[in-house]
Design a protein around this ligand. Sequence first.
Ligand SMILES: [Zn+2]
Length: 412
Amino acid sequence: MAERVGMNGAAMRQANEAAALERIRRAGAGSKAELAQVLGLTPAAAGMIVASLLQKGLLEPVGSGASRGGRRPDLFRLAARGLYAGGIDVDRGGFDVLLLDLAGQVAGLRRGELPEGAPFGWFAERAASALAELMKAADVPDGRLAGVGLSVPGYVDARTGRIIRAPNLGWHDEDAVGPLRRALAARAFGGAAPSCAFGAFSVRLENEAMAAAIGEHWAGACRDDEDFLCVNVRSGIGAGIFVHGSPYRGAGGIAGEIGHVAVDAEGPVCGCGRTGCLETRVATPRLLASLGVPYRPATAARDLLAALDASESVRGDRGRRLAEETSHRLGVALAPLVNALNPSRIVLGRDLAVYGPRLLPGILAELRRDALAESFAAVQVSITPLGGRASAVGAASIPLAGVFGRDREGPC
Ligand SMILES: [Zn+2]
């Protein structure tokens, strides 16, 4: 393999360990013989890698597999408590902080309030405190937090860790990583610089829709997909796009802004200054407003689902009509993407985890009408299996992925 040319022994061993972890992560469990075969190693080399990973506490034995003629092989799986990462997902009104373990399970979750106009530094302190509480409750051993990922709705520079513009939060041109790292040091590491036993402690920033796509690829609906979209609706609308198994960010890093696709020539003026953007019609606060329901961030998606049901049964067809219009508009915005990108899957997430099932038949009908038959036949459209947590799971998986040799963009 070309990328291994010039590697010294330690780097080679690290790359092989990462490849072994990734193989076992994807398969759920594996034996030394399987690893040797899949990774092209000698049985002795595979044995040394497994021994090293057991010693580090990143693998654990999990019984034995089926015999292929000889002795039943010992099987190994990821040690859930071997390594953790924090995932923070902030949006208008509140934020979620979760602890993700090495096996991809949520080991703890806290929700915090975000008052209107709260500065980033205030939020960083609260989020770091919440993570410290989760680490304490889960009894995370020293050195076993790989890092923290932060998911923000808006334009971000994932490489430099700067929030360029998060209009719904009022944050503009903010360094996110520095203040968050300092807050983590103060709140979760007793004043010391955060560190991890398995490499650099990384603090990473990601756009919320892309974070969701990373989460779906890591532990959700898109584990076996390489070309897919995750469409998130909440206070805004965004799409995280994967092409060839990697995030597609576009030339300026803002690909996926489907909230600003024009769907209604008669529509209202959008925050972006244009008219009739998808976001002016379909974002959760807008949908609630059109049914006369007040917007409360913490319960908005459930309130909307209840209102759709109530207005259907009590006040005739307002809810049904709104669901039809909304499905139609989402379908109109998605059909060109289906034609242009030919994805194998579209995952509907964030608030759509709650009320998306009401819209899915209409979206499919619109795509069947508007997309090419071949492109439509190739795409599965589904609701996220991660509930509203895909962005937080995805953000947490970014620092974790480095241990699996999957972090392509380097730590901040
Ligand atoms: Zn717009």
